[in-house]
Design a protein around this ligand. Structure first.
Ligand code: GCU
Length: 337
């Protein structure tokens, strides 16, 4: 039953699509859960997810397992989300902006002003009192459940052409953004020309001049080897980004109570491992990029924060969205002082 080569993924998708409707809630005693990821095998998300799979397999005597497909093998995030929704892939990691495209309430957790830091973010996104309804909001419409998330750390700008000390250095430059309205507006608020693009296309995009700049965390910058084609990093720290763990709702509901408990326990362990790995991975990424010729410019991030601050008022348009945003802000260590 175990799939060993990524090349066979297409066949598997067809086969799985054919057998998923027979799942009765609470009766499924084992399956292979295919998980779509757009990162490399060295990325903390891959490592933590693989450990989750090992834990699940061990604790259920091999009845359940998680096969993590790295490097967009099962598709870029927008496709992966669709595959999870129709049940042909069971699980995926997708970035916050992707979920915003299904339910705008997710914008409350995607704004540059939502989270102060990783600690604050992890507290909020695993607090059911804040996010409970949001995480189940896609079940009826899309057959997708959100289990929680991994941090993307703090995102900064990097370019092919030089440092970005203030937004003026982005004026008229083509800045690759994740595929969402908010992300397009972010680039525009910084004066750049926004170019939405899938993650896996970005290396070539930077190399060929389709875009002049991008924004991400150090780990992605190094693991995707973007520093080779965009060697100027500026610490704009304009957004603490979030990756969501999503699963097909019918598959999740099909698990026996006992197996679900093991599954949840493994996910909690994976999250803890991810946070632990993140700091070291960030330091290693800086070293790798520097050794590969990148320069890290220390810039005043306050001016970027100020340029993006008005987006909350513009994008939060309902009481529900403000309620999530306000609850997230209230959980900040700053507001506790
Ligand atoms: C980060 C994040 C990914 C996302 C990517 C992007 O690497 O972890 O989920 O797809 O940024 O900018 O597209």
């Amino acid at each position: 039953r175990r799939l060993t080569t990524a090349a066979a993924a297409g066949l598997v998708l067809t086969a799985l699509a054919a057998c998923s409707p027979s799942l009765e809630p609470g009766t499924n005693e084992g399956d292979v859960l295919h998980l779509a990821l757009n990162q490399t095998e060295s990325h903390p998300s891959y490592i933590a997810l693989t450990a989750w799979g090992d834990h699940l397999e061990e604790q259920t005597d091999g009845r359940w397992s998680i096969d993590v497909y790295a490097n967009e093998t099962l598709g870029a995030q927008a496709e992966a989300m669709q595959l999870v929704s129709d049940g042909s892939v069971e699980m995926a990691i997708v970035s916050g902006p992707q979920l915003e495209n299904l339910n705008r309430d997710f914008i409350a957790l995607n704004l540059p002003t939502t989270f102060d830091d990783i600690d604050h973010q992890m507290r909020v996104v695993h607090d059911p009192a804040i996010v409970g309804d949001l995480y189940t909001s896609l079940e009826e419409t899309n057959n997708v459940t959100v289990l929680g998330g991994f941090t993307q750390g703090s995102r900064s700008v990097y370019t092919t052409y030089g440092p970005v000390e203030t937004p003026a250095d982005l004026a008229g430059q083509k800045l690759r953004v994740q595929e969402s309205e908010l992300n397009v507006a972010m680039a525009q608020a910084l004066g750049a020309s926004a170019t939405p693009m899938a993650y896996g296309e970005l290396y070539t995009g930077l190399q060929s001049g389709v875009v002049d700049a991008a924004e991400n965390n150090e780990v992605s910058y190094a693991s995707q080897r973007h520093f080779e084609v965009a060697p100027h990093w500026s610490s704009t720290n304009h957004l603490v980004g979030l990756d969501y763990m999503i699963i097909n709702t019918d598959m999740l509901a099909s698990m026996t109570e006992e197996d679900r408990a093991v599954f949840d326990e493994g996910w909690e362990l994976a999250r803890a491992e991810h946070v632990e790995l993140w700091l070291q991975a960030t330091q290693d990424a800086v070293a790798t990029a520097e050794a590969g010729g990148a320069t890290f410019h220390d810039v005043d991030d306050e001016v970027f924060f100020e340029a993006l601050e008005p987006l909350a008022d513009r994008f939060l348009t309902t009481d529900e969205q403000w309620a999530i945003y306000d609850a997230a802000r209230a959980a900040s260590a700053e507001s506790a002082d």
